[in-house]
Design a protein around this ligand. Sequence first.
Ligand SMILES: Nc1ncnc2c1ncn2[C@@H]1O[C@H](COP(=O)(O)OP(=O)(O)OP(=O)(O)O)[C@@H](O)[C@H]1O
Ligand SMILES: [Mg+2]
Length: 314
Amino acid sequence: MTFSQPNPKDQINAKNLSFVYESVYKANRDEISAIMNKEGEKPSDSPDLDKYKALNLINLSICQGKFIAMVGDTGSGKSTLVRTFNGLIPSFYRGIFFGYVGVFGKDSIQEKISTLSQDVGLVFQNPENQLVAMTVEREIAFGLENIGLKRELIQKKISQILEYLGISHLRMRHPYELSGGEQQRVAIASIMTLEPSIIILDEPTATLDPQAAESVLNLLEKLNKDKKITIIIIEHRLEVILPYCTEIIIVQNGQILQHASTQEVLNSDYLYSTNVRIPEYIILFKKLKSNKIYSGIIPSTIEQAAHIMRELIS
Ligand SMILES: Nc1ncnc2c1ncn2[C@@H]1O[C@H](COP(=O)(O)OP(=O)(O)OP(=O)(O)O)[C@@H](O)[C@H]1O
Ligand SMILES: [Mg+2]
């Protein structure tokens, strides 16, 4: 089953979404204009435009409360896609935008980024680019001041958020003097001030050691479970994210190759046709299945794999 049918619980809905970056348009202006002006043809559907598109006819629904891993080859369009979810595309990254992105039923093109970012928080790979204040406290206060809260309430909220994220001790520290994992937590804290329903993280653990990565992911799992916040994580290392995600979106050549439950993705063929690095134990089970030595499900974690192996040989 793929999740393409709109559902009333959908938080994000993309319909026939395509995007050409402005710099690509400028470098190929004549050819692209000729395609766009072809009579009797809908430019967004024209295959001649495909090679210029960073996103190509995306249809996607994101449902409340999921923990989603977005994977795909480098340059496949993952970062581009999530930039359409909070209006960074096309407001900040300009270009030719076709189709529709609805965020809680609001047309992303019509809404201001400031409105959309109250629903959708985006954390980048290098959070230091996102942190601007002199102290962690000021960093978190920034979002709260912007929505016009009183000083006492701001102080109280900061304490609550810091405590919840386990970083109260960092309150008066300078964001630049923190470790990568601590900076990620502060970036998540400052996004949480707006109480978004969805938090998207673009490769949040890429620069972290395994322990720090695990602690950021555990925190996101807590937000997902306690507060029902939808989490979307772009992640190259499948083995890092598999213990957490309930759904996987595979992006390939600017398109959605598959969007399904983690189990369904591991047990069908699409993932194996990409260059995504797949954990060895999964490849092993896939081979056992292809060779008809094993007919059960492909496990998502190493613990499950070990458990199945033990049963198989006992
Ligand atoms: N700001 C930009 N201007 C022009 N082209 C861009 C821009 N950002 C990305 N692209 C192009 O759009 C396509 C999709 O890039 P994108 O960054 O979305 O891929 P990605 O899946 O996030 O890759 P990675 O895994 O390497 O981060 C690529 O061809 C890329 O070169
Ligand atoms: Mg990217």
